[in-house]
Design a binder for this molecule. Structure first.
Ligand code: C2E
Ligand code: CA
Ligand code: CA
Ligand code: CA
Length: 275
């Protein structure tokens, strides 16, 4: 059985998208993974600038596969989106993230990724509402990260959904900002609370004048619109220094903290904020 499992996994990687049959096998395994509790959330710390104080975490899903170890979300979220499993995976993610956040101090927020497909489904709001209620977590402790592409794809319906979520106090972040095709008008239309500058701009900051100019322009625009800002993917001190100088509000990246298992995130919370 172990060998069979291994063989099946190889199929995922090579023939997955070409062969309907192996795609079905992968989808079935993923559904089972959810039912068997093989999905895990890891938590990457978020720090406010300039003082580098811990302010929250981004929840990042992984699949603890019995043979292959930890499978990253890039290998299964797209499949979950195409076969409809993303709704139930997303519901599990929201529940687990709320459960964890409820154990942490009130001044830490939890940021949760939501895919375009989830936004299209009618159940997103009710799943989030259930999770908040079950864990007695105020909506203000939660931020939802939505990509620009998701916003463009869903325009009319989305404005209503996002307004409803913001009305109960959930905050909305525009993820991977700068990589999608949204126009600046979307920022006004959807009233996002935060912009997360994509890590490709941070990585190129020192070497590419164009990227640096975009980072500066986004931070300045966000400041004038009173939108909070997070820079993703900070790996080097000089990047952090530049972002502090430019007034970026929040920092995320390997330099300050990698995604952590729940236990390690707990330890960081308690080391940082004794109470
Ligand atoms: P993302 O939302 O852009 O998440 C940030 C990704 O960048 C994470 O990868 C994180 O580990 C990685 N990262 C953070 N800091 C650094 C850094 O300094 N350098 C580099 N090179 N990378 C950094 P991860 O965990 O593999 O997640 C990949 C993507 O999968 C996420 O990108 C997000 O789009 C998606 N994803 C993760 N969890 C969920 C989830 O629960 N639901 C949904 N729908 N999507 C998820
Ligand atoms: Ca994200
Ligand atoms: Ca991102
Ligand atoms: Ca990104």
């Amino acid at each position: 059985a172990k060998n069979a499992g291994r063989g099946r996994f190889e199929v995922y990687r090579e023939g997955m998208l070409e062969h309907e049959a192996s795609k079905r096998v992968f989808e079935q395994d993923l559904a089972e993974a959810l039912a068997l509790g093989q999905l895990e959330l890891w938590y990457q710390p978020l720090f406010c600038l300039p003082e580098r104080r811990l302010v929250g975490f981004e929840a990042l899903v992984r699949w603890r596969h019995p043979e292959r170890g930890l499978v990253p979300p890039s290998e299964f979220i797209p499949v979950a989106e195409s076969c409809g499993l993303i709704s139930s995976i997303g519901a599990w993610v929201m529940d687990e993230a709320c459960r964890r956040a409820a154990q942490w101090p009130d001044d830490l927020y939890m940021s949760i990724n939501v895919s375009a497909v989830q936004l299209r489904s009618a159940t997103l709001s009710s799943h989030l509402h259930q999770a908040l209620t079950r864990h007695r977590l105020p909506a203000s402790r939660i931020e939802l990260e939505i990509t620009e592409t998701a916003i463009v794809e869903n325009s009319e319906h989305l404005a209503v959904v996002l307004a409803g979520l913001r009305a109960i106090g959930v905050r909305i972040a525009m993820d991977d900002f700068g990589t999608g095709y949204s126009s600046l008008a979307h920022l006004r239309e959807f009233k996002v609370d935060r912009i997360k500058i994509d890590r490709s701009f941070i990585a190129a900051y020192a070497s590419d004048d164009g990227s640096a100019a975009i980072v500066r322009a986004v931070l300045s625009m966000a400041g004038q619109l009173s939108i909070d800002t997070t820079a993703e993917g900070i790996e080097q001190e000089d990047q952090l220094h530049s972002l502090i100088e430019l007034g970026c509000g929040t920092a995320q990246g390997y330099l300050l903290g990698r995604p952590l298992e729940a236990g390690a995130a707990d330890a960081l919370v308690h080391a940082d904020q004794p109470s």
